[in-house]
Design a protein around this ligand. Structure first.
Ligand code: S3P
Length: 185
């Protein structure tokens, strides 16, 4: 874990990124409690406002519509919210505008997990992750590796392989609590 130093995190939103199913929502909720911040899950916000699940949105309106919507929600969060913990959908960071806004306005934490551990979760994820549909395990592995280069843009990386969700949340809280000592470039 390397935390770069120069500007305090202060009221910045803390944004969690990483591949689908690494536990961004679970860990985000736990960390939010520990840090006394509100938690926002961008996908859940979209589902609530559009009254449809993400798989339904992919089916009925298409992926392009979902990507446009997630960009609007994330940019809005970056520009108008503060002191939140925010979980992003795993594909959102592929969009340059989202990446730029988050890196500029927020403190971005990459929740990293090795392929070996991730692939053991795949059965739990299949139903609700349209991105996994119609892809072989080899193609999912390729996607996993391609996305790593996008998640390389972050302020803090946490290796989650040997940690429970609670332990990852503790790690976030412990790192960010002594806020006056925490700096980023
Ligand atoms: C996606 C990940 C999902 C959700 C959508 C697309 C992706 O979020 O946004 O199904 O492209 O990786 P999670 O990362 O929370 O699963």
């Amino acid at each position: 874990m390397n935390v770069k130093r120069s500007t305090p995190v202060g009221e910045k939103n803390i944004v969690l990124i990483g591949f689908m199913g690494v536990g961004k929502t679970t860990i985000g909720k736990l960390a939010a409690k520990k840090l006394c911040r509100d938690f926002i899950d961008i996908d859940q916000e979209i589902e609530k406002d559009f009254q449809m699940s993400i798989p339904e949105m992919f089916n009925q309106k298409g992926e392009a519509f979902f990507r446009k919507t997630e960009k609007e929600y994330i940019v809005q969060m970056c520009e108008h919210k503060k002191s939140k913990i925010v979980s992003l959908g795993g594909g959102s960071f592929l969009q340059e505008e989202i990446r730029k806004k988050c890196l500029e306005h927020c403190f971005v934490i990459f929740l990293d997990l090795t392929w070996e551990n991730w692939k053991q979760r795949i059965d739990l994820l299949l139903e609700n992750r349209p991105i996994l549909h119609n892809r072989s395990i080899e193609q999912v592995k390729q996607l996993f590796n391609e996305r790593k280069s996008i998640y390389a843009f972050h302020h803090l990386r946490i290796e989650t392989d040997n940690l429970s969700a609670e332990e990852v949340a503790d790690c976030i809280a412990d790192t960010l609590k002594p806020d006056s000592e925490l700096y980023q470039p």
